[in-house]
Design a protein around this ligand. Structure first.
Ligand SMILES: [Zn+2]
Length: 140
């Protein structure tokens, strides 16, 4: 399966497995077992979302939004369960207004899940870690 390195944004081909002990980027050698939240911008959004065969789970948020601040640590904890299973990412809609408009994000936080560039799930409203985990498990 194709995965995008969260450090250098090159595409890697990784065999699909139940679990991974080690997987490194063929270009920059960083670990592909990324379990943090990657910041997406207009410049890297398409290459990452389109080239990932694992779901890309994107939190559209803004710094002034209270529920977004409550959800951020829950989202970060949820990401720890999905190294090489799903890529967790976030878009600051205040900085990236074109991305918010393109996906018609009217209320935040909005969670949109992509697979190979297609939207496969979207929902608005803050979510807890357990709800995010079970949602993403249902999509992989
Ligand atoms: Zn890399």
């Amino acid at each position: 399966m194709r995965v995008v390195c969260p450090y250098c944004f090159n595409v890697n081909n990784v065999p699909k497995k139940e679990s991974y002990k080690k997987a490194n980027c063929g270009h920059c050698k960083e670990s592909l077992l990324f379990d943090d939240v990657l910041e997406l911008y207009a410049e890297n959004f398409d290459s990452i979302v389109v080239n990932s065969q694992i779901p890309v789970v994107v939190d559209f948020w803004a710094p002034w939004c209270g529920p977004c601040k409550m959800m951020a640590p829950e989202f970060q904890k949820a990401a720890k369960n999905f190294a090489l299973k799903a890529l967790f990412a976030k878009v600051n809609t205040q900085e990236e207004q074109a991305l918010a408009q393109r996906f018609d994000v009217r209320s935040i936080p909005t969670l949109i899940v992509f697979r190979e560039g297609e939207v496969i799930y979207r929902m608005s409203g803050a979510m807890k870690e357990a709800a995010i985990v079970s949602l993403v498990e249902g999509l992989i």
